[in-house]
Design a protein. Structure first.
Length: 424
């Protein structure tokens, strides 16, 4: 690369995006030209936050010799994703500096700068010091204890800290710093600030997933979820008969808590018709197996019940482990409700309908002592339904998980609510 080109790039980091055929949005250019020591980026999905931060990290590595740059995420797979964007930018420039070492997780340049991507585990990151730039991706999902453990890395070097995320409820250090009075530059970017996201797309997201989802994921609102999880569940009740289709069902295992099964048919138009349920406590598994085997159903079950799944299979039932991701499962059920692809034959699933009138998010006062996730007392038949829908709509969940290129999975932790399990 010619000297004059390198000089222009040093003075205007947006050239890193231009080299990849990208045009920097105004906010991206401002970030690349800025020098704030602590920056919070609260951004819509697909706004380009990981792309611009990868460019910033590469610019630091190229033009600040002997820099140590750490890319931290809730998982190493996520860190590797933002690191891949950095390598793509490096290659698009024609590799302007020789490399001393390069892998899928690490880059060392001839000017002795290093870029490393790390998983979100405290025990693997505490040994680093003298960090020039620390990037925390999907910061709303990074544990509070991990955040506290990485801040000292910047104490001597006076390095920069860039935290980027889509909101994830009113919890955790990212939300606290956003609403607090600490010395942060706070940048909020909604879908309206991104010319690549159309209003038609947002309208479809709102129809399919509801306004609360859009408010959090695209309008960057730190949503506090309250009220019923499925407020319009009763609208799915219809008079029979159900359409013919493939026999499918969901299972949630329990002994003191009820063993719950719901089943029905999936018709040619992808409408799930629920036609029956089983809801019993303190009942041996073989009794359930005898009752369910004649139905000829393909079951999607709680994956944590490996012993129960094996027992039902031994009894001749077709049972597949379900998807135990609560957040994604609720989104999938909500999507079917919103699009009228879930129907319940009147009188066939009374316990399921009863649970739907009780299954709720905590109130504001309850959130002080419990996580911001659904109150788990009335979630047995509904859990069986969630396993079923998540199994049927695996393609939908895959698309959902791909939408945020730098989101999920996240490690379970002590600070985030345990019921919000990883999007993997």
């Amino acid at each position: 690369m010619k000297f004059d080109h390198l000089l222009r790039l040093a003075l205007d980091p947006s050239g890193l995006l231009a080299a990849q055929g990208l045009t920097a949005d105004p906010w991206q250019r401002e970030l690349l030209l800025g020098n704030a020591r602590q920056v919070l980026l609260c951004c819509s999905r697909q706004a380009g936050k990981s792309t611009v931060v990868a460019a910033l990290a590469l610019h630091t590595a190229l033009f600040r010799p002997e820099s140590l740059i750490l890319l931290l995420s809730p998982s190493q797979r996520q860190s590797a994703e933002i690191f891949r964007k950095l390598l793509d930018a490096f290659d698009a420039l024609g590799r302007p500096l020789p490399t001393r070492y390069r892998s899928q997780l690490r880059l060392e340049l001839a000017n002795r700068s290093r870029v490393l991507c790390l998983p979100g585990r405290e025990e693997t990151v505490r040994s680093f010091s003298g960090v020039r730039l620390l990037v925390i991706d999907e910061a709303a999902r990074v544990r509070d204890d991990l955040y506290r453990s990485v801040r000292p890395m910047l104490a001597v070097s006076q390095g920069r800290l860039i935290a980027l995320s889509t909101p994830f409820g009113q919890r955790g250090w990212f939300h606290q710093e956003w609403v607090g009075d600490g010395p942060w530059q706070r940048v909020r970017i909604t879908w309206r600030d991104c010319p690549r996201i159309s209003e038609a797309f947002i309208d479809e997201e709102r129809r399919a997933l509801g306004p609360g989802w859009v408010a959090q994921e695209y309008e960057t609102v730190f949503t506090a979820l309250e009220g019923l999880v499925y407020p319009n569940f009763a609208r799915a009740v219809v008079d029979g008969p159900a359409n013919l289709g493939r026999a499918v069902g969901g299972l949630d295992f329990g002994w003191r808590n009820p063993f719950a099964a719901v089943w029905g048919t999936l018709d040619a138009d992808d409408v799930l018709w629920l036609t029956g349920e089983r809801y019993l406590s303190r009942t041996p598994l073989h009794v359930h197996a005898d009752a369910l085997a004649p139905l000829g159903v393909t079951w999607y079950a709680d994956p944590s019940g490996a012993t129960e799944i094996a027992g039902l299979r031994a009894a001749g039932l077709v049972v597949r482990p379900g998807d135990n991701d609560l957040r994604a499962g609720i989104a999938a059920v909500s999507a079917r409700l919103e699009t009228n692809r879930l129907r319940i034959i009147r009188g066939r699933c009374p316990q399921l309908l009863h649970e739907a009138t009780l299954y709720r998010y905590p109130s504001e006062s309850e959130r002080r002592v419990r996580p911001e996730c659904p109150v788990d007392e009335f979630n047995h038949a509904l859990a069986a339904l969630r396993y079923l829908v998540a199994g049927l709509d695996a393609a939908f969940l895959a698309r959902l998980r791909r939408r945020p290129t730098s989101t999920v999975p996240m490690f379970p932790d002590r600070d985030a609510p345990s019921c919000w399990t990883p999007l993997t």
